[in-house]
Design a protein around this ligand. Sequence first.
Ligand code: NAD
Length: 306
Amino acid sequence: MKRGRWILPGDSAARLIDGVGLAKLIRGEIAADVAVLRGSGVTPGLTVVLVGDDAASAVYVGAKEKASREAGMAGETIRLPSATTQAQLLALVEQLNADASVHGILVQMPLPSHIDPDTVIRHIDPAKDVDGFHPINVGKLLIGHTDGFAPCTPSGVQRMLTHYGVETRGADCVVIGRSTIVGKPMAALMVQAGAGADATVTICHSRTRNLGDHTRRADILIVAAGRPRMVTADMVKPGAVVIDVGMNRIPDASTKSGTRLVGDVDFEGVRQVASLITPVPGGVGPMTIAMLLRNTVRSAQRTLVA
Ligand code: NAD
């Protein structure tokens, strides 16, 4: 049986991947890059557009604003009422596309139902699409061109694997979930040729038969299904690396808010089998914002060499 490289004789539980610590490290690197850019007269700017008053979106947007400010970046959050028309939003996007001080544009999803998200994404200049959702960037990712932007959450997962020295070359990597923002780009990253990738990738989804037969083969199991604790210990190969992207709020009468955040992995059970595992919270979540800042800085750097 192939064992994960992190398991030591006598170890009973997996090592934890510290997403908070790694995100902090990356944000430090970003702050240094921002300082260099500012010295060249360019302050990276991220503009976040929030339409409507979705409470969860407001929290995410606030966190992005704070993180970019802490990294010394410029930028703002534009808050629009939920009655904003699609035409008004597209006009704003075009204005931001033309603004040289804006290096990254992020339109926070979900949008109100009268606005088509794909139309909005297609209007963002691909060179400023730091979310990596524009079809040009999706295509570049699939081809393996590195001059686009890869989506932030899967990029963060890949960076975690690299940072923790996980051998990805030739590894069986199983991704649960086929969404455009996590599952599919995650698989596209892992299947590329090169460092931190070169894996043999399987994508599982809601129509997959016998899910456990696939997951039990995985050296690296990445779960992004949005199903609280659906991956149990019996579905995991001993020594596997398990990355839990899921963020699910479940009722919990013992907490002040009456809810608790859990992942898609039964953490307590799976950590007895895995060699390396991400907690929720404190795993993948903090990496997403760090990679958003990374993409924005990259966009600003490209304006210097362009
Ligand atoms: P989504 O709902 O768009 O996609 C879920 C995917 O899981 C689908 O492709 C579906 O086919 C698959 N799926 C659902 N049930 C399944 C089952 N029983 N067996 C196999 N596959 C199944 O969700 P998403 O946007 O990809 O997000 C997934 C999870 O990741 C959510 O919990 C979300 O909150 C979380 N998330 C976290 C971050 C972060 O920064 N940590 C970022 C994005 C999403």
